[in-house]
Design a protein around this ligand. Sequence first.
Ligand code: GN1
Ligand code: MG
Length: 369
Amino acid sequence: MQRTDLSHLLDISRQFQIHGEILHAEPCKVGHINETYTATYDQGGTQVRYIHQRINHEVFKDPAGVMDNLLRVTTHLRRKLAEAGVKDLTRRALTVIPTNDGASFHKTRDGEFWRTFVFIERVRTFEAVETVAQAFEAGRAFGEFQSLLVDLPGKRLAETIPHFHHTRRRFDAMVAAAQSDKANRAVTAKAEIEWALKQENAVDTVLDALAKKRIPERITHNDTKFNNVMLDLDTRKAMCVVDLDTVMPGTPLYDFGDMVRTTTSPTMEDELDLSKVKMQMQMFKALARGYLGTAGKFLTKNERALIAFSGRLITLTIGLRFLTDFLKGDVYFRVHRPQHNLDRCRTQFRLVESIARQEEAMQKFADGL
Ligand code: GN1
Ligand code: MG
């Protein structure tokens, strides 16, 4: 639910270093967590747009840490892109507009956290992949993002949501939610709970590899949904990846896995016709080519060996989170209809099955790249 009215947004907008008058603002309905608005200003007789966004501080308990990460990351990206001679920098990396006090976010008296970005024009995002070229671009963009951050200077990034992709914890949370059954919904999700319990053997693989240092910790995006890639309207190439709140230490496998989850099925995350949900090999191939073409430079053999599995793992993990939220009464993800989280869970579990059937072939293809 978007809760901010225009007069409140007007107050917010005055806190940032934006010249000109706000003309109007519209809520952006995409995204399950934060509240986002596109605001149009008159600036020197031209209309210029900005993004105002309220950070959900129930989810991101340390908004200052989020913004500190975000500034370090975007500053570094911009510097590296500039060094490489890239033009159009405000369309290639998010640009934070400071508050009047020079801070990266504004905290209201009621304890809301707001930030402002340059609006990137002449791009669009898609909720589901339509072409193999798009899948390739998604892989290329997130691979490049990770590559550019390999040499980020300074201390370890803050963990903006601790244990975010910790599948073991997500699994246990689902079991606990099913047992306590606070919203009386376990009966409705009986089949999904039973199915999920049978997946337990997958949950520790990547965690164990990390713990035993067979794979390294790296800086990763952690929310590599296809709708977080902005594609240029004319060239159709990826310009910028957005939604940087969960950029933190992780494994690139989590990122690649979430790309498989969101780029290989032709369906939306909440598709009701489960027969349409499937991992399409030609999409995977394009995605893997795009991703390994950029990230292949730094990935190790052990990381590469888990590439196909990562798709199954993250799809399972997000499915478990949707199921948990359904069982708890929709306390985390924004929902737009009854059983929305259960519908989302079902598509994820269906996709896990589809990936599992093709996992060997997927890995074989990736090994050949
Ligand atoms: C959330 O809000 P959005 O759409 O960027 C979630 C992701 C999930 C995704 C599922 C901070 O992302 O982890 O994969 O929904 N983000 C957070 O669509 O929990
Ligand atoms: Mg997000």
